[in-house]
Design a protein around this ligand. Structure first.
Ligand code: NDP
Ligand code: GDR
Length: 372
């Protein structure tokens, strides 16, 4: 049998990196679209990137952008993919309030450009399309747990753009009989998670605070509840969705929800630091109760978390908890990671990352701080 060819937009992102690993392990030829950047932006996929002069090219990168139709048409025509995974997006909910028009263009119309390119190139029978839809579509709580039939009520320019992408995918499936599916994925994290999403911001800060490279962690809404899974599990679901006989949409979630506050506690507990919260709203703070790890000497009473209202969103999504019954039953998908294992892996990775920084600091080098 000929090997399958996949094209992945957003290959340089968290999910793109895990998905590329998975598809290569299954024998696929993987093509990815990366954006031109003034700095190298391939950190997450450098381990699978080969020198383009090498013979065996099972992993190929193309320059491109979801805002550029002709570029997408040219790449799809050249690659002739069996499967397209559209993961590229301006994916930060808070930032979408600052860049609403760009977000609509990349996340909303970008999806249309992919679907249209496949249609115009007469690839509708050959090419299957996965659209990275999101639990942010549910927004203001209508019912919980959220399933494939729960009504949407998006609460950010990002979610509204993704709502367009969701429905245009459904419309092209129905209008042109295309194999186009939405994976409605709830939050998924990993050591590769972008540094400004809340889980990674927390695990990085925990490692740095424990090593005395940072004093305090500033956060926004600690009451928000999210259904957090591991990205490695979730890219398997993406793959499975495109291997079905019939094109359908699926919710991918763990079914367990946790507050941001509890995630903070769990992450500090991983390094042996007990934290308790006092106060409410903008005045809430987190303090060290006890440090059980002799490597990290933090005194009881040290303030390690503080709320900063600049991280509040104009409209918030308070509660997400997914119902993965359909994906459990039809895809046979079940996550291997629970929250505890996810937090453990993320904190361990960030401890290792900042060990090097600590060595440099202890040797007298100046460390550049990055706060978000
Ligand atoms: P990331 O933010 O880590 O990655 C986004 C990717 O999209 C990056 O490769 C980025 O490139 C690329 N990108 C951004 N804008 C454009 C553009 N205009 N044209 C082409 N590529 C672009 O996101 P994740 O990997 O976490 O998420 C993958 C997808 O899944 C996204 O669409 C996201 O909205 C969606 N999603 C994510 C969930 C999650 O919890 N992670 C849950 C549900 C949905 P660069 O590296 O250059 O910035
Ligand atoms: P989310 O993820 O908006 O759910 O979107 P994020 O981690 O940014 O926020 C989760 C919740 O934490 C609260 N929060 C903070 N968030 C950030 N980023 N920084 C903070 O300091 C902070 N303090 C509290 C937020 O208000 C929110 O309630 C992610 C993205 O990956 C989307 O692309 C994806 O579609 C959804 O998950 C599912």
């Amino acid at each position: 049998m000929n090997k399958k060819i996949a094209l992945v937009t957003g290959i340089t992102g968290q999910d793109g990196a895990y998905l590329a690993d998975l598809l290569l392990s299954k024998g696929y030829e993987v093509h990815g679209i990366k954006r031109r950047s003034s700095l190298f932006n391939t950190d997450r996929i450098d381990h699978i990137y080969h020198d383009p002069h090498d013979e065996d090219q099972r992993f190929v990168l193309h320059y491109g952008d979801l805002s550029d139709s002709t570029n997408l048409i040219r790449i799809i025509q050249q690659v002739q993919p069996d499967e397209i995974y559209n993961l590229g997006a301006m994916s930060h909910v808070k930032v979408s309030f600052d860049t609403p028009e760009y977000t609509a263009n990349a996340d909303g119309i970008g999806t249309l450009r992919i679907l249209e390119a496949v249609r115009l190139l007469n690839l509708t029978k050959k090419t299957k399309i996965y659209q990275a839809s999101t639990s942010e579509l549910y927004g203001l709580v209508q019912a919980v747990p959220q399933s494939e039939t729960t009504p949407f009520y998006p609460r950010s320019p990002y979610a509204v753009a993704k709502l367009y992408a969701y429905w245009i995918t459904v419309n092209y499936r129905e209008a042109y009989n295309m194999f186009a599916c939405n994976g409605i994925l709830f939050n998924h994290e990993s050591p590769l998670r972008g540094e400004t999403f809340v889980t990674r911001k927390i695990t990085r800060a925990v490692a740095k605070i424990a090593m005395k490279l940072q004093g305090k962690l500033f956060l926004g809404n600690l009451d928000a509840q999210r259904d957090w899974g591991h990205a490695k599990d979730y890219v398997e679901a993406m793959y499975l969705i495109l291997q079905q006989e019939v094109a359908e949409d699926f919710v991918i979630a763990t079914g367990v929800t946790t507050t941001v506050r509890e995630f903070v506690r769990l992450a500090f507990a991983e390094v042996g630091i007990e934290v308790e919260f006092k106060g409410t709203g903008e005045n809430e703070k987190g303090f060290v109760v006890k440090c059980n790890n002799p490597d990290f000497q933090l005194e009881a009473g040290t303030e390690v978390v503080s709320v900063d209202s600049k991280y509040f969103r104009p409209t918030e999504v308070e509660l997400l908890i997914g119902d993965p019954t359909k994906s459990n039953e039809k895809l046979g998908w079940k996550p291997k990671y629970d929250l505890q294992a996810l937090v453990k892996e993320m904190v361990a990775a960030d401890l290792e990352l900042f060990q090097r920084e600590k060595l440099l600091k202890d040797s007298g080098y100046k460390i550049k701080n990055q706060f978000e």
